[in-house]
Design a protein around this ligand. Structure first.
Ligand code: KIV
Length: 277
């Protein structure tokens, strides 16, 4: 795989070819996603759900995110790594947000950060960008504040709500964000936003007209059994495969079929005889 992809290269992909992005939270999956040639890897706060088994992304903090982000950046050679700023790491004030964004870059070696829209998003985004850290924005369904949006629902379904999303996207581009994630947005509205912006849009549940797509890796490989959103395409059912493998191992151990000779270390007969055995 070629050298590390840059933000400039991501920007240049708009209108040329679709941009690919997946989440990863650890070394093995970070390495596999990178080897597959995915452009951007998001160390998403979705790890709260799919790795830690929590019921909300609001339940992970900076220290946990940094541990997972470090594991991913250790593995990645090509993809742009995006550190997802967790709940309350950027909502408190712009100074605190810059401090936390810097941790993703300096400690975890991420290339940029992502943050979700909230009422003070523009001032916080501006402060982080001014500090020299590239920002990917996230609008539409923003899971950290889903309760304020009426739950996990498609956003921008009427003209007024859609116009708000368009205005947010335009404002974030003006502030200097290099990309915008659109989550759970009607395809026609994503299409309008994508046409209006010079920066790429990355969709999740936002239709095919976005400049790129992102999915949570545990969803697309079938590793998360609790629920599967409508917008997910499952490319493989790893849960079923792992379950079968683990059951086979269990049976083999009970039946003394594992370990077999090829998994076993031996001692020379004469050495054994010295023990009187
Ligand atoms: O945390 C995450 O995985 C995300 C994606 C859903 C975009 O924010």
């Amino acid at each position: 795989m070629s050298e590390k992809i840059t933000i400039k290269q991501v920007l240049e992909l708009k209108g040329k070819r679709k941009i690919t992005m997946l989440t990863a939270y650890d070394y093995p999956l970070g390495s596999l996603v990178d080897q597959a040639g995915i452009d951007m890897i998001l160390v998403g706060d979705s790890l709260a759900n799919v790795v830690l088994g929590l019921d909300s992304t609001t339940k992970v903090g900076m220290n946990e995110m940094i541990i997972f982000a470090k594991a991913v950046t250790r593995a990645v050679k090509h993809a742009l790594v995006v550190g997802d700023m967790p709940f309350e790491s950027y909502q408190v004030n712009p100074q605190e947000s810059v401090k936390n964004a810097k941790r993703f870059i300096e400690e975890a070696k991420c290339d940029c950060v992502k943050l979700e829209w909230f009422d003070k998003c523009p001032e916080v985004t501006e402060a982080i960008i001014k500090s020299g850290i590239p920002v990917m924005a996230h609008i539409g369904l923003t899971p950290q504040t889903a309760d304020k949006l009426g739950g996990f629902k498609v956003q921008g379904k009427d003209a007024g709500a859609a116009q708000k999303l368009i205005d947010q996207a335009v404002a974030l581009e003006k502030l200097g964000c290099f990309a915008v994630v659109l989550e759970c947005v009607p395809d026609k509205i994503s299409g309008l936003i994508t046409k209006k912006l010079n920066i790429p849009t990355i969709g999740i549940g936002a239709g095919v007209d976005c400049d790129g797509q992102v999915l949570v890796i545990h969803d697309m490989v079938g590793l998360f059994q609790r629920y599967t959103p409508k917008f997910v395409k499952k490319y493989i059912d790893l849960s079923a495969m792992i379950l079968e493998a683990v059951k086979n191992y269990r049976d083999d151990v009970i039946d003394s079929k594992f370990p077999a000779a090829e998994h076993t270390f031996s001692i020379k007969k004469e050495e054994l005889e010295k023990l009187g055995k």
